[in-house]
Design a protein around this ligand. Sequence first.
Ligand code: NAP
Length: 305
Amino acid sequence: MPASLPDAHTRLAVLLGDPVAHSLSPLLHNTAFRAAGLNALYLACRVPPDALADAITGLRALPIVGANVTIPHKRAVLPHLDRLTPEAEAIGAVNTITRLEDGILRGDNTDAAGFLSGLDLEAMRGAPALVFGSGGAARAVVYALLTTLHPASLTIAARTPSTGEALADAFSRFDSHTALRVVPLAEAGAALRRSRLVVNATPLGMHPHEGSTVWPLAEDFGPDHTVYDLVYTSTDTRLLREAASRGAQTVDGLEMLVGQAAAAFEQWMGQPMPVDAVRTALRRHLNPSPLVGVSDDAHLPTSSP
Ligand code: NAP
């Protein structure tokens, strides 16, 4: 069992972001440390934009094993690090920093791996795909799809088509099958009906948009669809409910959240994260009902990242 209180041997990991008050990462990683029997602690640190450089200098000075980086620092942190993984370099954003043995701070992006961990990769290989959104999460998803699943077509449906076009341009070098297309959000219907994988990478469905969905035409969904909502503050978004009611397979955003954290944990601790304990703690936290362990886990993918 881990020490019940931190002591002089406790390993420390931190989250750097602003705001961080509602982050699930402290619950996630502290649950993982405890379940793995590790004497380690994860703290969320609010770091305003003008303090980011000092915070990274602090990481260098203190014996911290690693850090997560979240809004608004995921892109701004790049020039402060010593090394980037190919994923971080390609996506242009860092969500995980690891201190290597020689003190080097390496930036990685584990969102792409986290996204893929929620999917049956064999079933989805080559499947036509549609991604709603063209922000930071969409960049990780598009990179993951192009480099791992090689979709026959990959449509980005963007509220602001110019950001969609910029995303498509940035990833064209990975698009060996010329799969990428950009459409305005309102014109996504035809691509959605043709796709087998549909991903929501917009905040629609999370606070303050809980009752909203990025695609209100539920009749466009059917049994051939896998609908993946990256929103993780609810496991039962309107998008997932409506898609499921038309026979679609659904994947909620906790799968990506757990998957990206598992990749970070393994880099920091050198061992796999106990993902089942983490999933259970997060689902209890989001659905604090006595029956949650029975009803909510029943429809979940059981694959470990
Ligand atoms: P972001 O960089 O701010 O991008 C948001 C995207 O959604 C932009 O393309 C934006 O379009 C679009 N959008 C925003 N409001 C919209 C609306 N009302 N209608 C249509 N499109 C809208 O945010 P992000 O970091 O990519 O995050 C997107 C979602 O993914 C959030 O819900 C976030 O919590 C989730 N996420 C989940 C995980 C996970 O581990 N599960 C990881 C990362 C992110 P414009 O360009 O027009 O503004």
